[in-house]
Ligand binder design. Sequence first.
Ligand code: PRP
Length: 292
Amino acid sequence: MIYSNETENLRIAVQKTGRLSEKSLTLIEETGIRLTQEGKLKLVSVGQNFPVEILFLRDNDIPQYVADNVADIGIVGENEVMEKDKPVDIIDRLGFARCRLSLAIPQSLEYKGLSFFNGKKIATTYPKILQKFLNENKIEAEIHEISGSVEIAPSIGLADAIFDIVSSGSTLISNRLKEVEVVCYSEAVVIGNSKMPESRKRILQQLLFRIHAVLNAKNNKYILLNAPNESLENITAVLPGMKSPTIMPLAEKGWSSLHSVVNENEFWDIIKKLKEYGAQGILVIPIEKMIV
Ligand code: PRP
């Protein structure tokens, strides 16, 4: 069934092409929502089994569209939310498309501190964030706003420095630039408009519930292992799981099998401790959905 009644659909703005677009769509699909496929030039997709409509937009337009109620929510980089400074709320943080917004200068120049930027020309697509940072630090620099290829500005004599997104840092290196100041951090976020009708807020709550289940699953792994019974107390202490681990006796006397859930961030530390406590046959399995 296609949810065609417009008033019942939650309208979600996502980036049409760029650093967030694929992961945003993948996340929506991982929540179990099947979308109509309209080909490469698609501007709108409709949920076939969940009341959503996906609007494919330029990322720097998304805060405005959400503020104007054209979209109910948007999945967008926090950098765009900060730069556009529209009346929208950050509803959730999604943990992907992590990056920082940094000042960078040619590698050949010496950098002794922020005063370097006094009297300098800085190229950026984020003039508002940069101006705020310069004001806070009492630096008088000229901001040169450009819409893309910021990194080449110093080499063609357009600016002395740049202010831009840094993720892996490889774009800076390939343009012989060095990052000298991190101004702020960014990740993909869900933004919304508080004027959203109640019926859509209810759909949003269901969607966020599903998104959390997907993100929790991504951040955790299911772990199974065999352990000598005398180590069970120690192993249970390092494997708290969702409540506590499942422990089942093995056919071999004096041994048990443990099942639990471990967080991705602590994973290798935990494995090291489990080995020290004599764990064997450790199996690690991805989780598809996790509802806590
Ligand atoms: C951003 C930014 C840099 C690049 C940095 O561009 O403008 O060009 O990412 O990433 P890195 O540190 O991993 O090299 P993006 O790919 O978002 O496209 P854009 O040029 O449209 O901003």
